[in-house]
Ligand binder design. Structure first.
Ligand SMILES: Nc1ncnc2c1ncn2[C@@H]1O[C@H](COP(=O)(O)OP(=O)(O)OP(=O)(O)O)[C@@H](O)[C@H]1O
Ligand SMILES: [Mg+2]
Length: 299
């Protein structure tokens, strides 16, 4: 396998020819084939997926079949702490459609972050499988998972994790300098409506503005997947809504498959679906046929 500096052109054959591929490369090549298809479909210029044609929206008539970005099957995660087993996930099955905005809710300790971390390649399950397109994340090596995270996943956490000694644009540039096909840091910050703050240091930004810099940093490499763990958890409702508008815009305009954890069920109004967790299992999935814009949500 060789990877062109531009990751959208990937040679699926090793330099020695197509028959020389070691068996251990077959899964990562399957992964890259899937990634290629999605990269082609989700460039900045691609047509956004409208809510009305989304396959998961009840009553809609999808014009095209959209393959799942993720297929989660029989996922369990058991932590062993001082000889005591903690069952964080107890058998989770879930499909997440490409381009979907999914909200995950549930009590503290119900397994939401554990699932998000496994989807993002930060953690591995005890049993079960997660497929990202054709690739089984759960069978990848640590190095393959690093490649997956680096090229395909953006993370946003409750606490923004910005570098205090760098300005907003410099914080975003940290990522764009190592990405293979990024947007400019200025464009990423424009997407979250921060053009007039790009030279501010984190200490000169409000909490909501800092979170929007974190979102710009996460999406500047044009990831196919955006994983947000309580992105509004540290914000008041007005500021939280501005952050949600940024996430909504990224999902709509870049077609980024998005999973967002929250303790605020009202946020489900902007999503294609809400997944409810309870005690390590999915207790229910509610499709949302009447998505509302983020700025109409209040709590
Ligand atoms: N690294 C770990 N080691 C041991 N136990 C863990 C670890 N990470 C999570 N757990 C346990 O797994 C369970 C699920 O945790 P998880 O963080 O997924 O919950 P959550 O739904 O995200 O909760 P919250 O809403 O409080 O963030 C909890 O009981 C937690 O204590
Ligand atoms: Mg959590």
């Amino acid at each position: 396998m060789s990877i062109d500096p531009n990751r959208r052109r990937v040679s699926l054959c090793p330099p020695d020819g197509p028959n020389q591929q070691p068996p251990e490369l077959s899964h990562i090549n399957a992964f890259l084939r899937g990634a290629l298809r999605v990269s082609a479909a989700h460039g900045l210029n691609s047509r956004p997926i409208e809510a009305t044609e989304h396959p998961l929206v009840a009553g809609s008539q999808p014009q095209t079949e959209i393959a799942p970005a993720f297929r989660v099957r029989g996922l369990t995660k058991t932590y062993q702490t001082d000889g005591i087993a903690v069952h964080a996930l107890r058998g989770v099955d879930l499909d997440i459609a490409t381009g979907e905005l999914l909200v995950l809710v549930g009590p503290s300790g119900s397994g939401k972050s554990t699932l998000l971390n496994i989807l993002g390649g930060l953690d591995k399950p005890t049993e079960g499988d997660v497929f990202f397109h054709d690739a089984a994340l759960t069978r990848m090596t640590t190095s393959d998972l690093t490649t997956y995270r680096r090229h395909h996943v953006g993370f946003v956490f409750q606490f923004y994790n910005l570098i205090p000694s760098l300005t907003a644009v410099e914080n975003v540039r940290l990522v764009t300098e190592i990405a293979t096909d990024p947007m400019s840091p200025e464009d990423a910050l424009a997407m979250v409506d921060l053009t007039d703050r790009i030279d501010h240091f984190p200490s000169q930004l409000s909490g909501g503005e800092q979170q929007r810099v974190a979102i710009a940093r996460a999406i500047a490499k044009r990831p196919e997947v955006l994983l947000c763990d309580e992105p509004t958890g540290a914000l008041d409702s007005h500021t939280g809504i501005v952050v949600l508008e940024a996430i909504e815009r990224v999902n709509r305009e870049l077609g980024t498959t998005t999973a967002l954890i929250t303790h605020n069920a009202a946020i489900g109004m902007m999503a294609h679906a809400t997944v409810r967790f309870h005690d390590g299992k999915i207790a229910g999935i509610e499709r949302n046929p009447n998505r509302q814009p983020a700025n109409s949500i209040s709590w």
